[in-house]
Ligand binder design. Structure first.
Ligand code: R5P
Length: 295
């Protein structure tokens, strides 16, 4: 039996309007509570941005450079990521279940790097995503690719089941070798993903007109790192993307193939969450790298 509560001095704050704060992420205010809660495990509510560590490359590339041993090379980086993008195989076998941040699960697959990459299908069931307690499901969308429609339908099927259970969907715009990487193409691909229900979109940074890509996409955009660059160049790309409206990075090779991955991920955090300028973030990278060398 609950204790009788007969205090007279209750304060009901009569006349104080009920607090109702808008959700911090672009285009996400009308989502359900569970979806917002999961997105808040991907994007930092204070900065509104994310450093996603992407290590899902093995799903079509096998043990690519830097990912030969995820337990050795990646697990030490996890504490500096806001979220981890990976496959269920790596998650179950290698990622400590004590990792308390959002998991973005790779849900599509099929062809290896030896075949036509756009010929993907869904490669994981929503039940397994729920069992793994993921925050978002990632699916490749090949706009203009040979299997464009199939890949779009992979995404829309995930959006439907994701809405049912409150799990976000990340539309990953995949640019085929024959396609031009320019703002016009990125606007097309990102907008299609958002219109068809992606909670957020991953795309590539283009130096000319990237602000038009973010402006015309009604949900948050994060940029992939792409192929390995010099550290200063990668930090500059992240900075320019953030200045042009990106809500963060989904970065893989430019972190795990860096000479000093631990230093690099921390420098990327400075740029993404604090808006640190690339030259200063690079100095920070060098300081951390040199400390490690002399330890
Ligand atoms: C592509 O294989 C994956 O979706 C990666 O997660 C994505 O390309 C980001 O990794 P990176 O920064 O290495 O391009």
């Amino acid at each position: 039996m609950p204790e009788k509560d007969d205090k007279d001095a209750k304060d009901f704050h009569v006349g104080v309007p009920m607090r109702c704060e808008p959700f911090f992420l672009r285009g996400s205010n009308s989502l359900d509570w569970g979806l917002k809660n999961r997105l808040a495990k991907i994007f930092n509510p204070e900065s509104g941005r994310t450093v996603m560590l992407a290590i899902d490359h093995g799903y079509f590339q096998g043990p690519t450079t830097g990912l030969e041993r995820v337990d050795v090379n990646i697990v030490p980086l996890l504490r500096f990521s806001d979220t981890l993008m990976c496959t269920r195989g790596i998650l179950r076998s290698t990622i400590p279940p004590t990792y308390g941040k959002g998991i973005v699960l790779r849900m599509s697959g099929g062809p290896s790097v030896l075949k036509e990459l756009s010929n993907e299908q869904l490669a994981c069931d929503i039940e397994d995503a729920l069992r793994l307690n993921v925050a978002a499901m990632a699916v490749q969308v090949f706009i203009g690719g040979e299997h464009e429609t199939q890949s779009v339908h992979n995404m829309t099927r995930l959006v439907d089941v994701g809405q049912r259970y409150g799990i976000a969907t990340l539309g990953v715009t995949a640019v085929g070798r024959e396609m031009v990487r320019d703002a016009k193409y990125m606007r097309l691909a990102c907008r299609i993903c958002a219109e068809l229900g992606a909670s957020y979109v991953k795309t590539y940074y283009v130096p000319e007109g990237f602000e038009t890509v973010t402006a015309s996409c009604p949900v948050p955009i994060v940029i992939a790192g792409g192929k390995k660059l010099e550290e200063l160049e990668a930090l500059k790309m992240a900075y320019d993307a953030i200045q042009a409206g990106a809500a963060g990075v989904d970065m893989g090779r430019n972190i795990f193939q860096s000479e000093a991955p631990l230093a690099m991920i921390q420098a990327v955090r400075k740029v993404v969450h604090e808006g640190e300028r690339p030259d200063r973030a690079f100095d920070y990278y060098l300081t951390l790298r040199n400390q490690k060398k002399s330890a």
